[in-house]
Design a protein around this ligand. Structure first.
Ligand code: GTP
Ligand code: MG
Length: 179
C-alpha cells in the first residue's frame, strides 16, 4: 500500500505552472535558448515574425514561455497580455547593443500593465558571449532595469547556445525562484 501511495505521489503531483515572458533584441538567440533548454541542442532557427510558445519542464514546475519576436513593436496585443506573467526573461545580443529604445519601451509596458503583486524575477541572458562580453553595468544600463527596482529583481548570465555555457545554470536559477 505504501509503495502504491508513493507511486501515486510521484506520478500525480500537480505541476506548478509559471507563465514567463521572453523579450529581447532581434536575432539575439531567444529561440536557440529555448531549443537548448528543451532539447539540449542547437537547432537551425528562422527569424520569428510573431509570438511563439514553449513549455519547459523542470521537476515539479512547468514554465510556459511566450517568446515575443524581436521584430514585434509595441502593439495592442503586447500591451494586453502583460497582466499574466510571473517573470521576465530578457535576451540581449552581446555582440551588438543596438535596440535600447525598443527594449525599454517593452519593459515600460510590461511593468505598467503587469498586475502580479509579487516582486518580479527578471532573468537577463547576455547571449552570444562567444563574440563579446559587456560588463554587467553596461548591460544594466542598456536594458534600463534599474528603473524598476521596486518592482523587480534581476540576475545576469552570460550564455552561448553553441557551447551551452550559462544555460543550465540560468534555468536552475529560474527554477529556484518558483519551486
Ligand atoms: N555566435 C553565436 N550565435 C548564436 C548564439 N545563439 C544563437 N545564435 C545564432 O543567432 C541567430 C539567431 O538566433 P535565433 O535563436 O533565431 O534568434 P531570435 O532571438 O529567436 O530571433 P528572432 O526570432 O528573429 O527575434 C542564429 O543564426 C543562431 O544560430 C550564440 O550563443 N552565439
Ligand atoms: Mg526566434
Amino acid at each position: 500500500m505504501g509503495q502504491l501511495l508513493s507511486y501515486f505521489n510521484i506520478n500525480y503531483v500537480k505541476k506548478k505552472i509559471i507563465k514567463l515572458l521572453m523579450i529581447g533584441d532581434q536575432s539575439s538567440g531567444k529561440t536557440s535558448i529555448i531549443n537548448q533548454w528543451k532539447h539540449n541542442t542547437i537547432l537551425h532557427t528562422l527569424p520569428n515574425h510573431g509570438i511563439d510558445f514553449a513549455n519547459i519542464n523542470c521537476n515539479n514546475v512547468e514554465f510556459q514561455i511566450t517568446d515575443f519576436s524581436g521584430k514585434i513593436n509595441l502593439n495592442l496585443l503586447f500591451s494586453h497580455c502583460m497582466v499574466i506573467y510571473e517573470g521576465l526573461i530578457i535576451v540581449i545580443d552581446s555582440s551588438t547593443l543596438q535596440e535600447k529604445d525598443l527594449l525599454s519601451s517593452k519593459l515600460n509596458i510590461f511593468f505598467n500593465k503587469n498586475q502580479q503583486q509579487k516582486i518580479c524575477p527578471v532573468l537577463i541572458l547576455a547571449n552570444k558571449c562567444d563574440k563579446n562580453k559587456y560588463q554587467e553595468d553596461e548591460i544594466i544600463n542598456y536594458i534600463g532595469i534599474q528603473k524598476y527596482r521596486n518592482k523587480a529583481y534581476h540576475i545576469i548570465f552570460y550564455t552561448n547556445c553553441f557551447s551551452g555555457e550559462g544555460l543550465s545554470e540560468s534555468l536552475l536559477w529560474l527554477y529556484g525562484q518558483y519551486s
